[in-house]
Design a protein around this ligand. Sequence first.
Ligand code: BES
Ligand code: ZN
Length: 461
Amino acid sequence: MSTIDTAITASRELYDQSLSGLVEFLSIGSVSTDPSCAADVARCADWLAHALRGAGLPHVDVVTTNGHPIVYAEDCSAGPSAPTVLFYGHYDVQPVDPLNLWTDAPFNPIVKNDTIYARGATDDKGQVWAHVKALEAMYRTGGRLPLNVKVLIEGEEEIGSPNLAPFVEARREALRCDAVVISDTPMFAPGSPSLVYGLRGLAYVQIDVTGPNRDLHSGSYGGAVNNPINALAHIIAALKDSSGRIAIPGFYDDVIPLSQEERDELAALGYSDETLKADVNVDELFGEPGFITPERLWARPTLDVNGILGGFTGEGAKTVLPSKAMAKVSMRLVPGQSTAKVVQQLTNYVKTLVQPGISVTVTDLHGANPVLVPRDTPAMRAAASALETTFGTACRYTREGGSIPVVELFDRVLGSPTVLMGFGLNNENAHSPDEHFSLENFRKGIEAAVRFYAGYAAERS
Ligand code: BES
Ligand code: ZN
């Protein structure tokens, strides 16, 4: 048997243990945005470091930052003639809110129909764990890895990786690698693996609107004092036109248009609008005119209100003219656009929309730059071959609409090409109640990771 086959067999023998480890990992409520979860985030980092040591990695550190810790491990014993791969993932998760819509408790993982349910199952603990177990299977076969491996798993991806840049910049030399591999993206469809070559960026702001100094009786004051919720609605309504195009002046100026060649390629993917409609139960899709769904999702910028707060929302009716209103607004960005510039454009535009008797502030919460990764690299070829062998079908090249801030950072600081080889599915409820991960894709993820590491090492040595 080849070493790869032996490692695949070892990964299968390890499976029960892999699943119970995943259950433990998912039981830790590592919600990075919630300060009351900080101790659990730290506990998760320690747990993961312990697990990496158990998998066979000889050097594992939990590195403190100004925020949540980074787990960093490496094994460079294959030596300078062997290639080096940096695996990146995140162990933090999104909040569980709204809790009452979960069928089972979010941090009490449950397996049903070969699927595991918990916050973080698909984004990103399940996918991270597939790599940890792949490395463990490889250690069990040869006692050592055929390539040098660096592992960086952070605890702040879901809040825009605010403390990662200083870490990566300070360790530029230590992190040097031939390729980066990340599994934090969905596949094209069930059974259909993909390599993602582009991610959108993100600019996330909060708009606070203040009117009178206190809540007022709407009968005594309404008509003479402006209402901050109405004023906020006026602002929000002006951000997009009725066709769905963003109305912020200059917003589209820097967007690099898709080439006809790429448009043809995206059209040829056979993306199913019907599947999307059925998945989210809407009878019509809605988006920027002149673009097909994969273009709208992956290659065109967007603006969405994520949440809105203000006034009386309890049972029954209360006549009140509220003092404050607030909205959280995010924009997904595409190559050419920069987070700082669109936030400035939005802020300038909002200023022109402020009505009398109202004050408005726009606060920049976090962001990520858009990125395209090279498609024709040795690591991409090794990943394509690993996916095709594992899934038994050709792999597609897609872009994605979500953001992973580190990809652009690695590109800029390390200059190494990234491979985005994900095992999630779009309908696995990431960031939403009843998040889950297909255990079939978990098992295939482990095998594809083994084939990727071993195949890349064989090709480059
Ligand atoms: N795993 C996602 C990124 C993702 C989602 C890629 C969907 C492709 C498709 C990641 O964990 C995530 O959710 N990122 C945030 C980043 C943000 C907080 C800076 C996102 O995209 O909202
Ligand atoms: Zn993620």
